[in-house]
Ligand binder design. Sequence first.
Ligand code: M6R
Length: 615
Amino acid sequence: MCGIVGYIGKKEAYPIVLEGLKRLEYRGYDSAGIALYDGKNLKLSKTKGKVSDLEKKINQEIPTNGSVGIGHTRWATHGIPNDINSHPHYSNSGDLVIIHNGIIENYASIKKELEKRGYTFSSDTDTEVLINLIEDVKKNENLKLGKAVQIALNQVVGAYAIAVFDKNKPDEIVVAKLGSPLAIGVGDDEFFIASDATPFLEYTKKAIYLEDEEMAIVRLNKEIKIRKIKDDSLVDPYIQELQLNLEQIVKGGYDHFMLKEIHEQPEAIKDTYRGRLLVKEGLIRMAGIDDNLEKFLNANRIIVIACGTSWHAGLVAEYIFEDLARIPVEVEYASEFRYRNPVITEKDVVIAISQSGETADTLAAIKLAKSKGAFVFGLCNVVGSSIARETHAGAYTHAGPEIGVASTKAFTTQITVLTLIALKLAKVKGTISKPEFQHHLQELELIPGKVEKALLQDEHIKTVASIYKDAKNCLYLGRGFNFPVALEGALKLKEISYIHAEGYPAAEMKHGPIALIDEHMPVFVIATKKGHYEKVVSNIQEIKSRKGKIIGIVTEGDIDVKELADHVIEVPETLESLSPLLTTIPLQLLSYHIAVMLNRNVDQPRNLAKSVTVE
Ligand code: M6R
């Protein structure tokens, strides 16, 4: 995690780096810092807290002029979040300064060696060890910065995206990447460095994404040079034209990114199926699947690997794939899969789901599956992300940037793509009849309009939120396709309101959680008309007779649950397999409103970060 930003050129670096850090705060917000070079002096200011805290403090500490700057927003790994552990970090001489996203795993042994040679450390970070290792190599061998960085990186184990500046060579910044993302914006006589392209969108649309084990020296008035860290070979820079727009990364009148992203779902789902869902022609067209159809058709099983909300989307996919395409599916937490010696064969197809495309556990699980010969299909939102590049083939969700830490539109667009894939395979395999297939296509096309309708319940949902905002615990229940939605509803509430919540399959309640139910326990029950409705109504009866508070997520026009529940929130009717795309909407809004009422930091909940690029 952590966000890094850098600038070298003719403009004032400070506003670019500061604004860039604000855009990257989704990656971590435990502390922030900026180092600036004004042509003479290298100055640094850093603080525990958010970028806004740094902004308040920096003017009292250093002059903010200078046309070279690097900045960092941190998600703490080594060392608690405090001023000293914040980045950037100086080397002992004060000549070099570094920002780092990642973890140096063998930092302790390197630190010991450096201490023996007289180096001292003020922070607890692995990063301060790395900058001093670079300094040590540079001094001992009398090397230029680029070479010293390369030699030092060949001694470290771990992950990094780094930018290093030497005040004695102020016309260049050295950057390198392994396991953490690093983009270089190429302007006219200026370069931008960042964890993603958002910090430099308004300045240039030309970007180079470094690959793992690559480093670059960005030097004023010079062409950019990219090298392989291991063997020093030169790599031709591949400059991409960015498709992102500035409007996509601002709140656009909403109070929070999360609320904006919840409301973007109708358009996001349309963007996801545009050009793929061809209702009139009775077709689904997806290049990543069309080109690899045999792999999917001959697969013994599909293994889904993902984390968090993406894992929940994978669980929905299990129900959809098995129901429609009759292919066995196993859904795995990437973090467990990667370490438990799983049985994988060349006949397995792995679908890796990740909004960011940078999640470290998912990336490692992909590498493991590939090493065992499985075909790996990636489902990412961020174009050009590590997972998109690491997989054999894939599909993008095209949801647009998701900035709120709580995933919303990523979830519904992931389910949309997975539904398209399942339908396509079902059609080819003949496990779905022609009319049924066509009916699914038509219903899927109607989903954005129905999501819009579900969003109209916002005021009512706000009222329900105000009643339950002080609950200490909540239960979320669902069955079948909506069991994963119950898990997702509970995760949303936990992560942004800090209220403890559990998701359960409704029928499992009687095997334990029912003991928790009393008059203080709100139970959110997804009870759509077509999904084991009567069984869920019986579960609701069981809750009611134990005085639990029931909030039903029901199909429009529902009568039975309405009679039993304390509150109901209606969603439009659709096919049961598509219902997660609707039932998840009120749960997102409920969590959002509760978190706002509790004064939580909705877009940046405590202890979290948007991309989890560490294990
Ligand atoms: O970028 P990814 O989809 O790989 O991220 C996976 C999880 O870290 C993510 O879904 C996380 O659980 C969200 N904060 C949930 O809202």
